[in-house]
Design a protein around this ligand. Structure first.
Ligand SMILES: Cc1ncc(COP(=O)(O)O)c(C=O)c1O
Length: 426
């Protein structure tokens, strides 16, 4: 969601151009056949993104042959890093047996059962191919059940690429989208009491991810759930990103029971995935025996995603989550020390294994409204120049294969990148 143009006169920019010639050539080719050379805004940055040739463990390699310590892990999805051997083995075995057919497979029930076992509010699951589709499906379910047409979400919240959610992530209301301020229960209650009759569902992330790792207060989340129910709307918890924070997602820690839960990312083991979970009663609207809504998809619950997702979830143990969290805390304080050393204003939001950084004395309301874009863009490119990969909006998400030595390596590389940024500013 950053948009300012790069400073083409900077040494950081020049070094990036110099070391990424094969990526530049690939970008020129890609731009002939795809608008702006990409199908994914979140993996585009100016002047052009790197083209990656392969990944293994905590690292990946670009087409120019440089290696990178990956601290974003495909925006939190690659919870076990790249080419994680148990996932490679399970998915290879499945690929050799076929990848999709228009009938059932056994792997879908294993993954669904595992999700039901881990996530307290979920009795049944409906699979999709992305978190965005899960959001669209949750909205459809709520509309069918309530007979209403609109949604309420947090301003700057993120629930995927459906237009009705996307405008909200940029802070705008729309014909079907009401907004209220995150962590402001009174604001949500006010919208629900003014427009409750139109609102089919309230969508919330327990921790706002794209907005900059902003933790929802327990009283706020419970209060919004109660207010939604009072207005006759469904309460949807978006755990697409936050399932990584606990074996049962955030809802177990918060002891909150949403009507529907959106899932994605880590439940696919690195393959495209999404899901909506809820009570058997609510999900019963899809039951072919008494169908209220038609929902299908050529690759829904395909066996490759299902076997990979099962390994991914099983191997995400409470111990590993705790270890990632403490390494992330170490990274957070190390980055602060490094920024201080280079005289750069710096602040962070962290929850568990995710961190968002800002070159401001204090964190802004959201990553969407920030005034450090130029410095952030420079730091992002400088990190790449030093073999460190973070999201260009400053998001960092660890994986289970990152070790303490990798955190030290990350701090050394980040320090070199901050040195470059400080020289640029001076
Ligand atoms: C909270 C949240 N919801 C939904 C989505 C959309 O998921 P996908 O990118 O798989 O469509 C994301 C993706 O980043 C997310 O973080």
């Amino acid at each position: 969601m950053t948009g300012s143009l790069p400073d083409t006169t900077s040494a950081i920019h020049a070094a990036y151009l110099e070391r990424s010639r094969s990526s530049a050539a690939h970008y020129a080719l890609a731009s002939k056949f795809m608008p702006g050379g990409t199908s994914r805004q979140a993996s585009f940055w100016e002047p052009y993104p790197l083209t990656i040739a392969k990944g293994e463990g905590a690292y990946f390699w670009d087409v120019d042959g440089h290696s990178y310590l990956d601290l974003i892990n495909n925006y939190t999805a690659m919870i076990h890093g790249h080419a994680y051997p148990p996932i490679v083995e399970a998915s290879h075995k499945q690929i050799a047996k076929g990848t999709a057919w228009a009938a059932a497979n056994e792997a879908q029930s294993s993954l669904a059962a595992l999700i039901v076992d881990r996530v307290s509010s979920i009795e049944q699951v409906r699979f999709t191919n992305s978190g965005s589709e899960a959001g669209a499906l949750a909205f459809t379910i709520a509309r069918i059940i309530t007979g209403r047409t609109k949604l309420l979400m947090a301003r700057y919240g993120y629930h995927g690429s459906l237009l009705e959610f996307e405008i909200g992530s940029f802070g705008n209301e729309g014909p079907l989208t009401y907004l209220a301020a995150y962590n402001d229960l009174a604001d949500f209650e006010a919208v629900l009491s003014a427009h409750g009759d139109d609102i089919a569902a309230v969508f919330l992330e327990p921790v706002m991810g794209a907005s900059g790792i902003i933790q929802g207060e327990a009283d706020f989340l419970h209060g919004v759930r109660a207010a939604a129910h009072k207005a006759g709307a469904l309460f949807v918890l978006d755990e697409v990103l936050t399932l990584r924070f606990g074996t049962g997602g955030c809802q177990s820690d918060l002891d909150i029971e949403p009507d529907l839960t959106m899932l994605g990312k880590i439940i696919g083991g690195g393959f495209p995935v999404g899901a909506v979970g809820g009570s058997a009663d609510v999900l019963g609207i899809f039951d072919p025996a008494d169908m209220k809504v038609f929902h299908t998809g050529t690759f829904n619950a395909n066996p490759v995603t299902m076997v990979a997702g099962e390994v991914s979830l099983r191997e995400l143990t409470a111990d590993r989550i705790e270890r990632m969290d403490s390494l992330c805390e170490m990274l957070q304080s190390g980055l602060m020390d490094v920024a201080n050393k280079h005289g750069l204003p710096f602040s962070t939001n962290r929850y568990g294994s995710c961190l968002n950084i800002y070159f401001n004395e204090s964190v802004p309301e959201s990553s969407v409204v920030r005034d450090d874009e130029q410095v952030m863009n420079d730091f992002h490119l400088a990190c790449i120049n030093h073999g460190l990969f973070i999201a260009h909006r400053g998001l960092i998400a660890l994986s289970t294969v990152i070790m303490e030595k990798d955190i030290s390596e990350a701090l050394t590389r980040a320090s070199a990148a901050m040195q470059d940024v400080a020289s640029e500013i001076a």
